[in-house]
Design a protein around this ligand. Structure first.
Ligand code: DOR
Length: 468
């Protein structure tokens, strides 16, 4: 990773929330040479941050993002994508293998690891493909890839339609203790669809993607997880019935976990409509995402699933695209939303809308994903004597989404112009600054430089921020 030297800093009077220990109270966090330490051992030369009204928690872990390198560097690179992840408060991200070439062999994973060594700003855990070329047929070398340290297997973007392939990968992945992450949607029911099959699709006269495409696939995945004893993780779950199936399967002891995205928690197919000057409705390509934004009852059920823990994790499915790739007719535009820059704000907006507590949000962004990865050690904690893996954010500041200020190369979001609350101010990864907001330095830091804040990224400018 390419962050600066370790940091000496005192975070004064922060609300410290540590979801693993259940701690939630106001206090100071002292970081000395990058290690969280006792207040009595204040470093001599250090920055002090006035954290009144701010929250400190362990860094977020993202189970699902697209960094686009190698092959699609015009959309995003490891450098830009992980800088955006850090700006979003993420200290660990799992990246999907739908690159060019795809991450489907040990040699490709090793070559990708070399890019990570020089360019990554946060920890990146690659997910390997399930099938060679993500073509849905020949299985990858599961053992060989596991030995390279991949975090799981997925043909994300493509459903693994062949039941025998899915059965085999679930069995083999269980043998190496890793999850199979499925883009659970029947491909033929999705084909040609643009948005959720419902009243909005009818109104816009566009082909829809029915919720049943997901539900059929989730039912199949649960059946094969039961048969093999393997661990299936349902990527970006979107329907109330799919959430219910996961709930029931878990009650029966099937090893199934699930994630939901900020956009499927907050937005619905109503957010996919735009109106031209004459008041004629049309589809907003920025809201085109796979699986699609569903109806309000589905979104509410997804948030309920987060609330009661049936959905283990909030995962971004950060899918950056170029302006060209998102242009054209609704059918031509690429699926995907760029999420890192807005993740916290979108999740807090959904939390406000559906009554989700901050502690549950933070749990679903840290402990939950760590448990899915079965890497307990990975789970950041605010423990003394450990390297600081923490995020400092202002939960109340209102700001307006302005994609020209995104750290990500991908500006594709339906949230442009929307007012959100909650801004990340500082992200520390292994005791080093991975992201420091210019706003923090101007307003809150005193007594010294925030050492290691190389380079300061002026992501949140004062004129784009209205403190409440
Ligand atoms: O909307 C999506 N975009 N869904 C996926 O599953 C893939 C992703 C991408 O790679 O752009």
């Amino acid at each position: 990773m390419k962050n600066g030297p370790t940091v000496n800093v005192v975070l004064h009077d922060a609300r410290v929330i540590d979801p693993l220990s259940g701690e939630d109270g106001v206090g100071d966090v002292v970081v000395r040479d990058g290690i969280i330490t006792h207040t009595a051992e204040l470093p001599e030369h250090c920055a002090h941050i006035d954290c009144r009204g701010l929250v400190v928690s362990p860094t977020f872990i993202d189970l699902h993002c697209h960094l686009r390198e190698p092959g699609f560097e015009y959309k995003e690179t490891v450098a830009t994508g992980t800088a955006a992840a850090a700006a979003g408060g993420f200290g660990v991200v799992c990246c999907m293998p739908n690159t060019r070439p795809p991450l489907d062999t040990a040699a490709r994973i090793m070559s990708f690891a070399r890019i990570l060594e020089t360019d990554a700003r946060v920890k990146v855990l690659p997910i390997a493909a399930v099938t060679l070329g993500q073509r849905g047929q020949a299985l990858v070398d599961v053992r060989g890839l596991a030995a390279c340290g991949v975090a799981g297997f997925s043909d994300d973007g493509e459903y693994i339609a062949d039941n025998v392939v899915m059965r085999d990968v679930l069995s083999q992945a269980a043998g190496v203790g890793l999850p199979v992450i499925d883009h659970a949607q029947d491909g033929r029911l999705v084909a040609g669809g643009v948005l959720h099959e419902g009243t909005i699709a009818k109104r816009l006269k566009l082909r829809g993607i029915p919720g049943e495409a997901e539900e059929l696939a989730v039912a199949r995945d649960i059946a094969l997880a039961r048969l093999t004893g393997g661990h299936v993780h349902i990527a970006h779950i979107t329907t109330a019935r799919a959430v219910q199936m996961v709930r029931q399967a878990r009650d029966e002891g099937v090893w199934v976990t699930a994630e939901a995205t900020p956009h499927h928690m907050l937005l619905t197919d109503e957010d996919a409509i735009m109106f031209n000057a004459a008041g004629t409705p049309h589809f907003n390509n920025q809201a085109k995402v796979n699986p699609p934004l569903r109806g309000s009852e589905d979104a509410a059920a997804v948030v309920r699933g987060i609330k009661d823990g049936v959905i283990d994790a909030i995962a971004t499915d950060h899918a950056p695209h170029s302006v060209d790739d998102k242009s054209g007719t609704p059918g031509e535009a690429a699926f995907g939303i760029s999420v890192f820059d807005t993740a916290l704000g979108a999740v807090l907006a959904a939390a406000d809308m559906h009554g989700l507590s901050l502690s549950r949000v933070l749990r679903s962004l840290s402990v939950g994903p760590a448990e899915v990865l079965k890497q307990g050690l990975l789970c950041p904690r605010l423990s003394q004597g450990k390297p600081a893996n923490l995020v400092l954010f202002d939960p109340e500041t209102l700001w307006t989404v302005d994609t020209s200020r995104f750290v990500s190369r991908g500006r594709n979001t339906p949230l442009e112009g929307r007012t959100l609350r909650g801004r990340v101010l500082l992200t520390m990864v292994d005791g080093r600054s991975a992201y420091v907001s210019g706003l923090l330095c101007r307003e809150r830091v005193y007594g010294g430089m925030l050492s290691g804040s190389e380079p300061e990224i002026d992501h949140a400018s004062a004129d784009n921020t209205n403190a409440t």
